[in-house]
Ligand binder design. Structure first.
Ligand code: COA
Length: 175
């Protein structure tokens, strides 16, 4: 694993998408994502209740990026600049040369291969640029869309279960 330096922020692009840094101007979109009941259904997080929650979240994320602790991209459609979701790498481990991946997509934009396209770029960035050996994901055992996405990239489901959260499955992708 190379030493992490996320300044300047690594903007990623693909056929339809631009993955860029989160800004305070994204507060309405971040609020919409984090307050959405459908998106939150299988996520172990406190839903945003006010726009202030979203602003606090944006500042916290950018602070982590500045300290090289984690990476968080806003996924936008390049043509219209519309925000469609987010994807992040966090929980970096030097010892294991690994990190965790997380992602979310606006409900009305699911089913178009957008996350597959975004995740392809982020996984390549983790393996090729950061030189990590392993990416892990924890996903709820009823979260079929997430499980399908992970399997498309050949993430393997571990038999290990987390005693505190037996409903979450560990998936691993190695380089
Ligand atoms: C997990 C999540 C991102 C998956 O979204 P998704 O839209 O199913 O995934 P993709 O964007 O990769 O789209 C794949 C689907 O688009 C279809 N598709 C349509 N056009 C496509 C194209 N051009 N290229 C690829 N796939 C395409 C695929 O066939 C697939 O459909 P299927 O699942 O019915 O087979 C989404 O369900 C979500 O945000 N969930 C809430 C947050 C969450 O649970 N996150 C998990 C954290 S661990």
């Amino acid at each position: 694993m190379v030493s992490r330096n996320f300044t300047p922020f690594p903007i990623l692009t693909s056929e339809r998408l631009t993955l860029r840094q989160l800004s305070i101007d994204d507060q309405q979109d971040i609020f919409a994502l984090r307050a959405d009941i459908e998106i939150n259904r299988y996520l172990d997080r406190e839903p945003s209740k006010t726009i202030d929650n979203a602003i606090h979240f944006i500042n916290m994320i950018n602070d982590h990026i500045q300290k090289n602790n984690s990476l968080y991209w806003v996924i936008t459609l390049t043509e219209t600049k519309t925000v469609v979701g987010t994807i992040c790498l966090f929980n970096f481990s030097e010892e294991e040369s690994s990190c965790e991946i997380g992602y979310e997509l606006m409900t009305k934009l699911q089913g178009q291969g957008i996350m597959q396209e975004a995740a392809g770029e982020v996984i390549a960035y983790a393996f090729q640029t950061l030189q990590l050996q392993k990416i892990v994901a924890f996903t709820h055992n009823r979260n079929q869309r997430s499980t399908k996405l992970l399997r498309r990239f050949n993430f393997l489901q571990s038999q290990e279960t987390n005693e505190e959260h037996p409903e979450y499955q560990l998936f691993t992708l190695t380089r």
